[in-house]
Design a protein around this ligand. Structure first.
Ligand SMILES: [Zn+2]
Length: 332
C-alpha cells in the first residue's frame, strides 16, 4: 500500500528491453505516455561490462525525460532467469552468469524492480496494451532467430516449476528432424525458425535455384534475414516461398498443439518473420492450426499478428512493474 501512496503524479516508470544486440529503456508517465527513451548496442565497442551499460541506458532515458523520480523499473531480459529474485542465470551473449540484475538496478535507482523473460514480457505488452486486454488467457509465439513463447493464464504469466515455462520453440515436431541449438533433434525451432529457413534457402541459392537471394546475400545464412526472404518472394522465387510457407505451417502445428493443451482465448504471433511477411505467414499458421487444434478448442480463438513491434517489451515491462506497485491507472 505504501508503494501505491508514494507513486505520486510526477514519478515515472521505466520499461527496459535487454536484447543480445541492443538495449532500450523507455520512460512512461502515469498515463502510460512515453516521456523519454534511450537505445544502445548491448556491448560497447571497447568491451565495457553489460551491467554498466544497462544502468547507463536507463539513466540516459531518464535524463531525456527531464530526470524525474522513479517509481519502479520493469525489465525484459533473455533467460534463463529467476523471475522471483531477478537473477539472470546464464546469458552467454551478455556475459552474465548468476547475475543479480534486479538487485543491481534497485540499488542504482532506489526503486522496486521486476525482471522477467523478454518473450514473456513482450507477450504481456501485446496483451495489456492492445485490444487483446479484453481476454484473460493469451498465448504469444515469436518466430525469429529462435522461436520464443509467452503464456498468460488467468491474467498471469505462466512460469512453471522451473520459472522457464513457455519454451515453445523446443517442442518436438519432427522426431528425426534437424538438430536444434539445444542438442535435440526436430524441435519446432530447428524446423521453422528464421535460421532453419535460411539454411534451406542458402542451399537453394548455392544450387542456383534462388538467384535473388544469391545476388543479395550469397549463401550466407546469417545474411538471409526476414526482409530479404520477403523481397525474394515478391521477386517471384517460388522455392523460397515454399520453404517459408512450410515453416509457417509447422509453427501453426505448434500453435495448434498449444491450443489443445492451454485453451487460450487469443494467440498473438510476432517476431521478424511475421512482421516481414504477415499475410503469407498468418495464412499458413492458420492452416496449421486448423489441421492440428481440436475443433472445440479452436473455435472462436482470436489468432492475430502482433501490433507493437519493437515496443512490445518496454511497454510490457512498464505494465508489469506498474501493476506490481499499483502505479497509475492500470485498469485500462
Ligand atoms: Zn531445441
Amino acid at each position: 500500500m505504501n508503494a501505491t501512496a508514494e507513486a505520486g503524479k510526477d514519478r515515472v516508470i521505466v520499461g527496459v528491453d535487454i536484447g543480445g544486440t541492443k538495449m532500450m529503456a523507455t520512460v512512461f508517465n502515469d498515463a502510460f505516455e512515453k516521456v523519454g527513451s534511450c537505445r544502445k548496442k548491448s556491448r560497447a565497442k571497447n568491451g565495457g561490462k553489460s551491467e554498466n551499460r544497462v544502468v547507463k541506458v536507463i539513466k540516459e532515458a531518464l535524463e531525456s525525460a527531464g530526470s524525474p523520480a522513479v517509481a519502479g523499473i520493469g525489465v525484459g531480459s533473455p533467460g534463463p532467469l529467476d523471475p522471483d529474485t531477478g537473477v539472470i542465470i546464464d546469458t552467454p551473449n551478455l556475459g552474465w552468469k548468476d547475475f543479480p540484475l534486479g538487485d543491481v538496478l534497485q540499488d542504482a535507482f532506489g526503486a522496486p524492480v521486476v525482471v522477467d523473460n523478454d518473450v514473456n514480457v513482450g507477450t504481456y505488452g501485446e496483451w495489456r496494451c492492445t485490444k487483446l486486454c479484453a481476454h484473460k488467457h493469451v498465448l504469444g509465439v515469436f518466430p525469429g532467430t529462435g522461436i520464443g513463447g509467452g503464456i498468460i493464464i488467468d491474467g498471469k504469466i505462466l512460469h512453471g516449476f522451473s520459472g522457464a515455462a513457455g519454451e515453445v520453440g523446443h517442442m518436438t515436431v519432427m522426431p528425426d528432424g534437424p538438430y536444434c541449438g539445444c542438442g535435440k533433434r526436430g524441435c519446432l525451432e530447428a524446423v521453422a525458425s528464421r535460421i532453419a529457413i535460411a539454411k534451406e534457402v542458402a542451399a537453394l541459392a548455392a544450387r542456383e535455384d534462388a538467384p535473388y537471394i544469391m545476388e543479395q546475400c550469397g549463401a550466407d545464412i546469417t545474411a538471409i534475414r526476414s526482409g530479404v526472404l520477403a523481397r525474394a518472394i515478391d521477386a517471384g522465387e517460388t522455392m523460397v516461398e515454399s520453404v517459408v510457407r512450410r515453416a509457417a505451417y509447422f509453427i501453426g502445428m505448434g500453435v495448434g498443439n498449444l491450443i489443445n493443451v492451454l485453451s487460450p482465448e487469443a494467440v498473438v504471433l510476432g517476431g521478424g518473420l511475421v512482421e516481414a511477411m504477415e499475410d503469407l505467414m498468418m495464412e499458413e499458421i492458420l492452416a496449421g492450426v486448423e489441421a492440428h487444434a481440436m475443433p472445440f478448442l479452436r473455435d472462436n480463438v482470436r489468432i492475430t499478428a502482433a501490433q507493437l513491434g519493437d515496443d512490445a517489451v518496454v511497454m510490457g515491462a512498464a505494465r508489469l512493474i506498474a501493476e506490481h506497485i499499483g502505479y497509475g491507472n492500470t485498469s485500462d
